[in-house]
Design a protein around this ligand. Structure first.
Ligand code: ADP
Length: 378
C-alpha cells in the first residue's frame, strides 16, 4: 500500500509541539514531507540550536508515530536549524548563523564509545577528489593494522557506496541501531544507503544537522581505532554545524593544485580552527598528471601549491596524490586502488599519507597494541 504525504501529515497532526497543543504541521516548523518509492518517509523539523533538547523527544514521537503506520518501510526525521527551500517561511525560529556574524563557541559532541579517533576529510569545494581520498586513506590506514570505519556524511552526493561497490540497505540490529556495511575489511556507513540519491539532493540542507548524529550514534561501529568521515564539500553553515556536532580528533583538507581550490582549502582550515578542531594536514590531490600511455609525469595544473599554502597556514603537509587514470578507473569500478592493488605505486602514496596522518594524530608511528592472544600450553 502506497503511503502518501497526506497520510503522513494526518499522522503528524497528532504530534504537538507545545503546551498549547499546536500540532507539528501547524507549527510552521515541518519541512516538505518526502515519501520515496519504497515507502520510506523523510522530513525535518526546523528549530533554533538552543531548542534541540526540547525538540528531540518531539522528533522521536513524530518518528515513532510514522513508523507505527502499516506500510511504512522506514523513517528519517531530523532536527535542523538550517532553513532550506522546503521549509515554510513563517517559522518563528531565528535564522541560522551566517558568515560575518560572530562564530558560535567551539563545541564538540560527546565522544563515541569504542571509537578512539574520528577524523574528518574535508574540502573547500566539490570535485577535488575528497571522497576518493577518504576511501583510499581509510583502506591505507586499515593496511597498517588499524581497525577502521568510514562514514560517508557527504549529503550533497554520497559516493562511498559506489566507490566501495556496495549496495542494499544496512540491517537493523535492534530498535534504532543499524549494522554498518562491510567493504574490503572496513566498516562503512553512508547516507547513500539510507536515502535515495535524488532524495539526498532535495533534502540536502535541512537534513544536515541530525543526519550525522544519527549515522554516528545509531550505527554499531564496535571497537575502532579510527573513523574516517567523508564530509560534505564546502565551508558553509551546514559543514560548520557538522564539524561542531561531531567529536572530531582532527581534520584533513583535500585540495587540488589550482589557486582557486587553494583559496577554498584555506577557508576549510579556517572553519575547523573556528571550532577548535586540529588540522592534521593538507593533501594535494591530482598533483601531477601521469600519462596513461608513457607514464610521463607533467604538472598540467601547476604543482606544489598546496604544500606552499600549507606552510603559509602553518599546517602539516601530508603528501601529493597524482592525477592518474588508474585511480579514477578503479574508483569508478567500485574497486579502490589501495584495496585491489595494495603493492602498487598508488597504494604506496596513500599508505605514506596514512602513516603521516596517524603519526600527526597520535604522536606515534605504531598502531595501537592490542592484547595478544594467550597461548596455553598443556
Ligand atoms: P569529491 O568528493 O571532492 O567531489 P571525488 O572523490 O568524487 O571528488 O572525485 C571526483 C572525480 O575525480 C571522480 O571521478 C574521481 O574518480 C576523480 N579523481 C579523484 N582523485 C583522482 C586522482 N588522484 N586521479 C584521477 N582521478 C581522480
Amino acid at each position: 500500500m502506497a503511503i502518501t504525504r497526506e497520510d503522513v501529515l494526518k499522522i503528524l497532526s497528532a504530534v504537538t509541539v507545545d503546551a498549547g497543543g499546536t500540532t507539528l504541521p501547524a507549527s510552521g516548523r515541518l519541512s516538505q514531507v518526502v515519501v520515496d518509492p519504497t515507502n520510506r518517509v523523510m522530513f525535518s523539523i526546523l528549530i533554533d540550536p538552543s531548542e534541540a533538547e526540547r525538540f528531540e523527544p518531539i522528533r522521536r514521537r513524530a518518528e515513532g508515530a510514522i513508523l507505527a503506520t502499516p506500510g511504512v518501510s522506514g523513517v528519517f526525521a531530523s532536527l535542523t536549524s538550517e532553513r532550506g527551500p522546503n521549509h515554510p517561511a513563517q517559522s518563528t525560529a531565528p535564522p541560522p548563523p551566517s558568515p560575518g556574524r560572530a562564530a558560535p563557541p567551539p563545541r564538540t559532541g560527546p565522544a563515541l564509545p569504542g571509537v578512539r579517533h574520528i577524523v574528518a576529510v574535508a574540502s573547500g569545494k566539490g570535485g577535488v577528489g575528497k571522497s576518493t581520498t577518504a576511501c583510499n586513506l581509510a583502506l591505507a590506514l586499515s593496511a597498517q593494522g588499524l581497525k577502521v570505519g568510514l562514514l560517508d556524511a557527504d549529503i550533497y552526493g554520497p559516493s562511498v557506496p559506489k566507490l566501495f561497490g556496495l549496495s542494499g540497505k544496512p540491517k537493523v540490529i535492534e530498535e534504532r541501531l543499524l549494522a554498518p556495511m562491510e567493504g574490503f575489511g572496513i566498516k562503512v556507513m553512508s547516507i547513500g544507503f539510507l536515502i535515495e540519491a535524488e532524495t539526498a539532493m532535495i533534502w540536502r540542507g535541512p537534513m544536515v544537522q541530525s543526519a550525522i548524529t544519527q549515522m554516528l550514534r545509531e550505527v554499531a561501529w564496535g571497537e575502532l581505532d579510527i573513523l574516517v568521515v567523508d564530509m560534505p564539500p564546502g565551508t558553509g553553515d551546514a559543514q560548520l554545524t557538522m564539524a561542531q556536532a561531531t567529536p572530531l580528533s582532527g581534520a584533513v583538507i583535500v585540495s587540488t593544485p589550482q589557486d582557486l581550490a587553494l583559496i577554498d582549502a584555506r577557508r576549510g582550515v579556517t572553519m575547523f580552527r573556528k571550532v577548535a578542531v586540529p588540522i592534521l594536514g593538507v593533501i594535494e590531490n591530482m598533483a601531477t598528471f601521469i600519462c596513461p600511455n608513457c607514464g610521463h609525469a607533467s604538472d598540467i595544473f601547476g604543482h606544489g601549491g598546496a604544500r606552499t599554502e600549507a606552510e603559509r597556514l602553518n599546517v602539516p603537509f601530508l603528501g601529493e596524490v597524482p592525477l592518474d587514470m588508474t585511480i579514477r578507473e578503479s574508483s569508478d569500478a567500485g574497486r579502490p586502488v589501495v584495496a585491489v592493488a595494495p603493492d602498487g605505486p598508488h597504494a604506496k602514496v596513500y599508505r605514506d599519507i596514512a602513516k603521516k596522518l596517524w603519526s600527526n594524530l597520535t604522536g606515534t608511528d605504531a598502531p595501537p597494541t592490542r592484547a595478544a592472544p594467550r597461548i596455553v600450553i598443556e
